[in-house]
Design a protein around this ligand. Structure first.
Ligand SMILES: C[S@@+](CC[C@H](N)C(=O)[O-])C[C@H]1O[C@@H](n2cnc3c(N)ncnc32)[C@H](O)[C@@H]1O
Length: 253
């Protein structure tokens, strides 16, 4: 008998930001797998098994989930944010593509969640209101030269840029290099938003101009949004500023 593998996005961290669809699937699972801090967000239920994993070896994790599903379990693999954004859904697809043919018969369901850039953007206004892109700054799975090329291309094309995985102990210098590269391509006053742990009790949001953006303001729980030349800041007397990217761009004369 073949079971089911449901890959579930838990959103950025606040319980109210888990979708009802994801909650129902979590309640229905027999076996829960995922990085321990994500699993800790899921209420325990009698009769359910859970197996925390570390946050590396994603293909091994995906393969373990697929093996359990192939053996007949209803397996839930949990992911922070959205499982399709720099997360486990792609690892599961990759494991299926390269795994045994019988894994292709497994019922695989991907349930979306609120991804970090949306949670951070909503905290400050609408910086993603115009054309934008998301780039993982991690060079674990792709060469740094390619990251640089993509950053330059999207900055020159006028996209707002959401940076995931901006910095870590093993990758301490890449974010500083990204800011230096972007400083040559964008106006110095371009708004940069550092959104840390959005939706969690330790949330911290900061907005600075690109010329003052410092990699030390980010950690691995931060999503950095870099505006385009059109992104604006509205100061308000009694509340935090609003940052937004207007939807309209006038044709250049
Ligand atoms: C491996 S990626 C996973 C992204 C996740 N699947 C999502 O959709 O948000 C991890 C990165 O997501 C970002 N991130 C995840 N949760 C966040 C949060 N609550 N606030 C800000 N950034 C977050 C950080 O850039 C972090 O380094």
């Amino acid at each position: 008998m073949t079971g089911r593998l449901t890959v579930i996005g838990l959103g950025p961290g606040h319980a109210a930001q888990i979708t009802p669809e994801a909650s129902a699937a979590l309640a229905d699972a027999e076996l829960l797998l995922g990085y321990a801090p994500y699993l800790a967000r899921v209420p325990e239920r009698p009769g359910q098994r859970r197996e925390p994993t570390d946050n590396r070896e994603e293909i091994a994790r995906a393969s373990a989930a697929l093996m359990a599903a192939a053996a007949g379990d209803r397996v839930a693999m949990v992911s922070g944010g959205d499982p399709g954004v720099f997360a486990m859904a792609a690892a599961v697809c990759e494991a299926i593509e390269h795994g045994p043919p019988q894994w292709r018969a497994i019922d695989v369901v991907i349930l979306p969640g609120i991804t970090a850039m949306l949670a951070v953007a909503a905290r400050v206004g609408a910086p993603l209101g115009a054309d934008f892109c998301a780039i993982s700054l991690s060079d674990n799975l792709k060469p740094w030269d390619l990251v640089r090329q993509r950053l330059a291309a999207v900055a020159q094309a006028g996209f707002v840029i959401a940076l995931y995985n901006p910095i870590s102990r093993a990758r301490p210098w890449q974010l500083g290099e990204a800011f230096a590269l972007l400083a040559d391509l964008l106006p110095p006053e371009t708004p940069v938003i550092f959104g840390r742990a959005a939706g969690r009790p330790d949330e911290r949001i900061a907005i600075v101009p690109l010329c003052e953006a410092d990699a030390a303001m980010a950690d691995m729980a931060t999503c950095v949004i870099i505006g385009s030349a059109h992104t604006r800041i509205i100061a308000r007397p009694d509340g935090p500023a609003l940052v937004y990217s207007p939807r309209s761009v006038r044709p250049s004369a």
